[in-house]
Ligand binder design. Structure first.
Ligand code: AN0
Ligand code: CP
Length: 315
């Protein structure tokens, strides 16, 4: 595997899930692979889980790790070509990516959607320019439209916990007061579609995700209908794709409550975190034995470690 940016970069989702679980069972089994190799972690946005789990995974593989907050620690970067750089951005991505590729054997990049221009976000300008100009493998730590390290961890968690061969998995929207990216939801949907799970998406009118990611997945605008008999409830807020970047509703009726979880088949509550308690989900749900969000977050190490192992093997 050369890069881990999107699903086109890998051959088999089930194989990567299997490798992630094997690394969880034997974390230092490939410690030789990363010896004298350096990974550079570049954050254009905040992070807790991704920042720490990626460092831990790289250390488990014997790598050296460098972390930089782009813009705060470095120069503001210009991504447009052919412009006269006479404003605030002092460095072009062409030079910045190529120079970082001189220092690091692998680069891992977080750059959220700006939620202003749908075409620009969905062209994945930032990650694709790093892929083009860095000259080294790139790992996606959440880009404008995807979060593959999260999605692989999500599938590892479902495989660990499922009690039936083909669980019913629900991706449900929950309210938030500011616009959030579609990336986590897009990514979860496209990874689940690589499994044989029963999959349903529940969101209010106007919040349907891009067909490019959800294909012909059943979308319902009634949360209770979706929850009936579900084995896993994956909760996430996202802003409207159709009315790009807009918050069309903050309806608290979409909050996850014990009464809704009671509609499920002893369903497990999942969320990528961070989650705003009380706003998106009741404390009783998050604090219940059916919440698996901590195990899910723990699996982020094994997720990115599996991706990084495959990248190191291909160097
Ligand atoms: C892992 C989630 C990152 C980000 N969350 C926030 C709060 O910006 C999002 O919604 O994409
Ligand atoms: N789930 C996730 O990616 O968390 P962070 O934004 O804290 O890295």
């Amino acid at each position: 595997m050369k890069h881990f940016i999107n699903l086109n970069d890998l051959e088999s989702v089930p194989e990567l899930v299997k490798q992630g679980r094997a690394l969880k069972a034997d974390p230092f089994s490939f410690q030789h692979l990363g010896k004298n190799k350096t990974i550079g972690l570049l954050f254009f946005n905040s992070s807790l889980r991704t920042r720490i789990s990626t460092q831990k995974a790289a250390l488990n593989l014997g790598m050296n790790v460098i972390v930089m907050n782009v813009g705060a620690d470095s120069w503001q970067l210009e991504f447009e070509d052919g412009v006269i750089m006479d404003q605030g951005k002092a460095e072009h991505i062409k030079e910045a990516a190529a120079v970082l590729g001189q220092y690091c054997d692998v680069l891992a990049v977080r750059a959220f959607a700006e939620l202003k221009d749908r075409d620009a976000d969905y062209e994945e300008t930032v990650l694709e320019k790093f892929r083009k100009y860095a000259g080294v493998p790139i790992i996606n730590l959440e880009s404008a439209t995807r979060h593959p390290c999260q999605s692989l961890a999500d599938l590892i968690t479902i495989e660990e916990l499922k009690v039936v061969e083909r669980p019913k998995v629900v991706l449900t929207w929950a309210p938030h007061f500011k616009p959030l990216p579609q990336a986590v939801a897009n990514s979860f949907a496209e990874w689940v579609l690589k499994t044989d799970y029963e999959f349903v998406i529940a969101n209010p009118e106007g919040y349907d995700l891009s067909p490019e990611y959800i294909k012909n997945t059943k979308v319902v605008h009634n949360q209770e209908e979706a929850f009936a008999g579900a084995d896993f409830i994956y909760t996430k807020n996202w802003s409207s794709f159709e009315h790009y970047g807009q918050v069309l509703t903050q309806d608290p009726a979409w909050r996850i409550t014990p009464e809704k979880m009671a509609l499920t088949n002893n369903g497990k509550f999942m969320h990528c975190l961070p989650v705003r308690r009380g706003l998106k989900v009741a404390d009783e749900v998050l604090d219940s034995p059916d919440s698996v969000v901590i195990q899910q977050a723990g699996n982020r190490v094994w997720s990115v470690q599996a991706a990084l192992k495959n990248i190191l093997e291909a160097l």
